[in-house]
Design a protein. Structure first.
Length: 199
């Protein structure tokens, strides 16, 4: 999912799609940090990583609880896709556990392969989700899709909600920010001021 492709999607897809753009943006950052920063600099990187993991944990576990069951009920044939995506969430959990352990260990020889594996698994999962779930969301329709998104957001911990809008909209243009403002409910409602690109 790219920012360019985002502009071709219906407005009610933009919340889900923007999450994917943000996760793809950050998927490779642990590997880049493992190759370039000093041991002292790794402390804030590790802190940042644990926050990112909280967001990803919430996002995919809430998908297992809210949208996948809804799509399973409403869209014939989605059950297999739900199983596939749920299995991938399990593999992503394993990869994040290994990266947690690697940050605790601190050695580049341990951290680099764990970070590489995390980035690869996350990007593969996001691509599969776009292929399997986005057509089902389209079939579900705008109002039902937005209802699912609102229910999903109500499951987010306060710490995630606090940082979610600026994180999602990092590097976004004002058009994207405006579309999200129109669809995302409080307390996550965003403002175009978060969009930095093109200002």
């Amino acid at each position: 999912m790219s920012s360019e492709r985002l502009q071709t999607l219906p407005d009610h897809f933009h919340g889900f799609a923007r999450m994917h753009i943000a996760m793809r943006r950050d998927a490779r950052r642990p590997a880049g940090a493992a190759r370039s920063v000093t041991a002292e600099q790794m402390v804030p990187v590790s802190t940042w990583w644990h926050w990112l993991r909280e967001v990803i944990d919430w996002h995919h576990h809430s998908e297992d609880e809210v949208p996948w069951p809804e799509l399973h009920r409403e869209i014939p044939g989605f059950a297999e896709a739900a199983r596939t995506l749920g299995d991938e969430h399990g593999r992503l959990d394993d990869a994040m556990d290994r990266l947690d352990e690697a940050f605790a260990h601190g050695a580049p020889a341990v951290l680099i392969p764990a970070a590489d594996a995390f980035g690869t698994i996350l990007c593969h999962h996001l691509a599969d989700q776009e292929q399997l779930a986005f057509p089902a969301f389209a079939e579900l329709g705008p109002q039902a899709c937005l209802s699912v998104e609102r229910r999903l957001l109500r499951t987010a911990p306060p710490k995630v909600l606090t940082h979610l809008p600026p994180w999602m909209l990092d590097e976004a243009d004002l058009t994207t920010a405006g579309r999200l403002e129109a669809t995302m409910p409080p307390p996550v409602g965003v403002s175009p001021r978060y969009g930095s690109k093109g200002q």
